[in-house]
Design a protein around this ligand. Structure first.
Ligand code: NDP
Ligand code: TDO
Length: 283
């Protein structure tokens, strides 16, 4: 039986892994929250990995605050880049496979068709730059890696745009939502399930992959669909805005092409609306 150690298990994606793990009972799981395992400490990483001898590590730990990263550059790089290097080095020493996550924010957003894995990377904010550095560290230090660049994650867990919109709607707030970014909302449960299917398949097709739900939307489209499908659209004033003031610049267009992942693994990926509807129906 394969042992899988999940770091950052208290975060959004980490909690989706816990939930999706119930569909894959043939693995042994060790879930470590940030309190139980600080990935920036190489000593702690080594001792936990020695203790559990996992076959696979899923790194769901990251610094994800895009706004704060602009003023906390060192911290963002410590977690997203330096800790990824440490993790990759230890995995390499012990022949462990690593599943890691990166972001659509490694691109500058000036494209007009979905980004492939080979397209030029050029992050325009600190968070994106720190995630890119993490990718590079892993590629350099460890052959047995899968890196999934994903986008606009949401779920019933943690902090995310989907939950923010529903919270604001509950307070009957007026919402001003930007239409100046186009990307793809991704149900983090779909990503977790996709990864567990790959582990189950025993695939050795290591490398970088893009994974999001299918289709594309602006944040405004996403907010509108959440509110309409949840039956709350008449309870709020929803305004489309071309400008929402933020500290960090964000890519205007960051739709990811899923062709490589679809062709390599052959698993189905749902459309973002279908997955969103499923999540709202469930809750
Ligand atoms: N959220 C999104 O929209 C997107 C996310 N991604 C990537 O997906 C992955 C998962 O993101 P998501 O689950 O949404 O992010 P979250 O912020 O919800 O979860 C990240 C988790 O990492 C933990 N963490 C932070 N620092 C450390 C550390 N030093 N040691 C151990 N754990 C730590 C956090 O714990 P604590 O809260 O205690 O600090 C938190 O539980 C990340 O790699 C992210 O970059 C990619 C694209 C979109
Ligand atoms: C709350 C809110 C946000 N916005 C805007 C700000 C931003 O441009 C966009 C989304 O807001 P968020 O704060 O959720 O977005 P952001 O932190 O940019 O989300 C990103 O997180 C990182 C971790 C990733 O890797 C990315 O893929 C992406 O999901 O919507 C509004 O226009 N109105 C609002 O009321």
């Amino acid at each position: 039986m394969k042992t899988i150690l999940v770091t950052g298990a208290g975060g959004q994606l980490g909690q989706c892994f816990r939930k999706q793990a119930l569909k894959f009972p043939n693995f042994k799981y060790i879930f470590c929250t940030s309190r139980e395992l600080d990935i920036t400490s190489k000593t702690q990483l080594r001792s936990e990995i020695d203790r559990y001898s996992p076959d696979v590590v899923i790194n769901a730990a990251a610094y994800t605050n895009v706004e704060l990263a602009e003023t906390e550059k060192e911290k963002a790089f410590l977690v997203n880049a330096d800790a990824s290097r440490n993790l990759a080095e230890i995995c390499s020493e012990k022949a462990i496979e690593l599943f890691h996550f990166s972001t659509d924010y490694v691109f500058n957003g000036r494209a007009s068709e979905p980004y492939s894995e080979e397209d030029e990377i050029d992050p325009i904010n600190v968070y994106g730059a720190s995630k890119l550095e993490g990718e590079r560290m892993i590629e350099e230090k460890l052959e047995k890696h899968f890196i999934f660049r994903t986008s606009w994650l949401y779920s019933e867990f943690g902090h995310n745009f989907f939950k923010t919109i529903l919270k604001k709607a509950a307070k009957k707030a007026e919402l001003n939502i930007t239409s100046s970014q186009t990307g793809t909302p991704t149900n983090a449960n779909d990503l977790a399930e996709f990864v567990l299917k790959i582990i189950e398949s025993g695939s050795k097709e290591y490398g970088i992959y893009h994974f999001s739900n299918l289709g594309e939307a602006t944040w405004y489209d996403f907010a509108r669909e959440i509110l309409e499908y949840a039956g709350k659209i008449d309870e709020v004033v929803l305004n489309k805005t071309g400008f929402f003031k933020t500290k960090a610049e964000r890519p205007e267009y960051s739709v990811l092409s899923k062709e490589k992942a679809l062709n390599t693994f052959g698993f189905n990926i749902p459309h973002w609306k279908e997955s969103l509807h499923g999540l709202i129906d469930e809750n």
